[in-house]
Design a protein around this ligand. Structure first.
Ligand code: HEM
Length: 235
């Protein structure tokens, strides 16, 4: 029904994902099949939901373990909350002021990247670290190992949001969203979701982790093995 409504122009509003996929055609004017549309929607759900929830989980994880970082986030978020009327929504300008919280998100993305990397096909022969990769071969670029390079991130295992303070990492050393033409198109939206979550949570609660040495497993995104139980303490 939706397909007919959209294609027969019975619907005026077609800015949603399903309508766009129903309207999309290839170069010969052929519509996508239903299975292709299902495939794309599932792909986007996994690419957008699981990744963002991983970041949110590890924001909670690291802030619980680093009270001095939590205190700085709280100070920043309370400053923004106090400049707003009750129930007034956050706006783009507020987001721009959350620089410390953005550094926290960057450090979480560096240490616990939700996406582990991807395969890319070499379009030309090239040599990297003494290995020759022939044209046409597929190579897996690893987010995790790139983010642990001590040349660019001294003491790489340490959770330290200040390493992002006032500077951008060198090109292609910090790649949680990939890089180049196929870089994640949802990166700014994801950052927005996480920073709104940080604002809502920190301005109302402090928390502690209930399992201090909870193991982190990879499925393939990292996730605390027991679901990260916490105790919430309202301010
Ligand atoms: C923290 C959250 C996210 C992370 C860490 C993340 C990470 C990534 C990475 C590493 C890639 C592969 C880039 C490449 O191959 O070079 C990717 C691709 C993609 N992401 Fe995200 N992503 C996130 C959130 C989102 C959101 C919220 C959406 C949509 C609303 C989204 C949609 C996509 C799509 C459609 C692609 C495929 C792009 C293409 O192949 O051209 N992602 N993402």
């Amino acid at each position: 029904m939706r397909r007919n409504q959209v294609r027969e122009k019975e619907l005026n509003i077609t800015h949603d994902l399903l309508s766009q996929l129903l309207l999309a055609t290839d170069e010969d004017g052929k519509f996508l099949t239903e299975m292709e549309i299902v495939d794309m929607i599932l792909g986007i759900l996994i690419a957008s939901h699981d990744t963002t929830s991983t970041v949110i989980t590890f924001v909670v994880y690291y802030l619980a373990d680093h009270p001095h970082v939590y205190t700085q986030v709280l100070k920043e978020q309370m400053g923004i909350a106090s400049s707003k009327r009750q129930e007034e929504l956050l706006n783009w300008e507020d987001m721009q002021k959350m620089t410390y919280s953005q550094n926290v998100i960057n450090e979480v993305l560096r240490l616990q990247p939700p996406s582990q990397g991807a395969f890319k096909q070499a379009i030309t022969n090239f040599t990297y670290a003494g290995f020759t990769i022939p044209k046409g071969w597929k190579a897996f670029w690893s987010v995790h190992t790139t983010h642990k390079d001590p040349e660019y991130f001294p003491d790489p295992e340490k959770f330290d949001p200040s390493r992002f303070e006032g500077r951008r990492p060198a090109p292609f050393t910090f790649v949680p969203f990939g890089g180049g033409p196929r870089m994640c198109p949802g990166s700014e939206f994801a950052r927005l979701e996480v920073v709104v979550f940080i604002h809502r949570l920190t301005t109302k609660f402090k928390w502690s982790r209930l399992i201090p040495n909870e193991k982190i497993i990879h499925e393939p995104s990292p996730i605390p093995a027991n679901g990260l139980p916490i105790r919430l303490l309202p301010h």
